[in-house]
Design a protein around this ligand. Structure first.
Ligand SMILES: *Cc1c(COP(=O)(O)O)cnc(C)c1O
Length: 237
């Protein structure tokens, strides 16, 4: 990697823009930029990009598919990175995800807790867990990810009571094609209920490339940014 690597320059410029957007949104909301953690979503992009991002100061990376995430995490094992698993999780993969992910943001059913706990024990780690909430007002359909808002506190209580898992808060994706503001406000309400169960569960992971400002305004502590840093993905993932 020479200093003139054009991909490095591109990622550096995109990162600067995203960090400025976060800082501006924080200022507008009267919050400190230090209160918002940037997780760069590297799905579909190669481990070389992850390596460049680490060199540019990125510490948190997100992936949504187990096989791809596992391979990249192994490839980048020498880097000081925290891996966030943010995708749909199958219970037969959950234990393996705990092998590389310090944070699992997409826990949306009780059935995942036992294998995650077992994986955490096998790998000698405590896994930070976010409960994924479905913010679609229609209540979600087939293929939707996340638990209904009214069911989130009960699932969170199960997480808090599970060995090897640390309840950290909630995560959500804004509903497709709708105003994200009311959705993120609803998420903030759910987050407050979860925090009442466990004071350390103060994380709110919300906001992607297109809606990070609305998320920060509603109290997001973590934003998950893919295309605004890495460019557009080959397909609509
Ligand atoms: C892909 C993805 C993101 C990043 O989306 P961008 O619009 O590319 O920033 C964030 N969160 C989840 C759950 C994702 O799957």
């Amino acid at each position: 990697m020479t200093r003139a690597d054009p991909r490095r320059e591109e990622l550096a410029a995109n990162l600067a823009t995203v960090r400025e957007r976060i800082a501006t949104a924080c200022r507008a909301a009267g919050r400190s930029p230090d209160d918002v953690t940037l997780t760069v979503v590297t799905k579909f992009f190669p481990a070389d990009d992850v390596r460049l991002l680490a060199g540019l100061g990125v510490r948190h990376v997100g992936e949504n598919r187990h096989q791809e995430a596992q391979a990249k995490a192994a490839d980048c094992a020498d880097l000081d990175l925290t891996w966030h698993f943010i995708g749909g999780l199958q219970s037969n993969k959950a234990a393996a995800v705990a092998g590389y992910a310090s944070v699992v943001e997409s826990v949306d059913r009780e059935r995942l807790l036992r294998p995650l706990s077992r994986g955490a024990a096998e790998h000698g780690r405590v896994v930070d867990v976010l409960v994924q909430v479905d913010l679609d007002p229609s209540g979600g359909g087939p293929g939707r990810a996340g638990i209904l808002p009214q069911q989130a506190p009960a699932l969170a209580a199960h997480v808090a009571a599970t060995e090897g898992l640390r309840l950290r808060g909630v995560m959500a994706v804004a509903p497709l094609g709708a105003d994200p503001v009311p959705a993120f406000r609803r998420l903030a309400d759910v987050a407050a209920e979860v925090r009442a169960l466990e004071p350390a569960a103060s994380w709110i992971s919300a906001g992607m490339s297109g809606d990070l400002e609305a998320a920060v305004e509603s109290g997001a502590t973590h934003v998950r940014i893919g295309s605004a840093v890495l460019g557009s993905r080959p397909t609509g993932r």
